[in-house]
Design a protein around this ligand. Structure first.
Ligand code: HEC
Length: 100
């Protein structure tokens, strides 16, 4: 392999690294606000609060299960689905241990 190809590869690897940042609650909160809070506010109709960091982080694995994998019934139940980008953020946050 030539030196030039090697540096191109190194560059690509760095770009991939930069594109996989760890998501924090600040990234996830707007997604929840837009898609989930209608039913999952503190006194929401679902009876399950995802409001605020404590509530959301304690259910991060269930959020991925329901909103990404539709396991046990899709969330939101309305037929609306998260965008691929929103799903990736939610998964990245969950996998990082749901950091604040
Ligand atoms: C139209 C109302 C509505 C919306 C919008 C909604 N949910 Fe739900 N959700 C419910 C109801 C009702 C339940 C309780 C019954 C059940 O579990 O299906 C529930 C339960 C849950 C649970 C707990 C149950 C479990 O499987 O552990 C999670 C987690 C959840 N929803 C995540 C989400 C996420 C994430 C979003 C947004 C992407 C969302 N929901 C949007 C109505 C909604």
């Amino acid at each position: 392999m030539t030196q030039r190809m090697l540096s191109a590869l190194a560059l690509l690897t760095c770009v991939a690294c930069a594109e996989a940042p760890t998501a924090t609650y600040a990234d996830v909160e707007p997604i929840l606000a837009e898609n989930c809070m209608a039913c999952h506010a503190e006194d929401g109709s679902s009876g399950v609060s995802l409001d605020g960091y404590q509530a959301a982080s304690s259910l991060s694995d269930r959020m991925v299960a329901r909103a990404v994998d539709a396991e046990g019934g899709a969330m939101p139940p309305s037929g609306l689905v998260l965008s691929a980008e929103q799903e990736e953020l939610l998964i990245a946050w969950e996998e990082a241990g749901a950091p604040e």
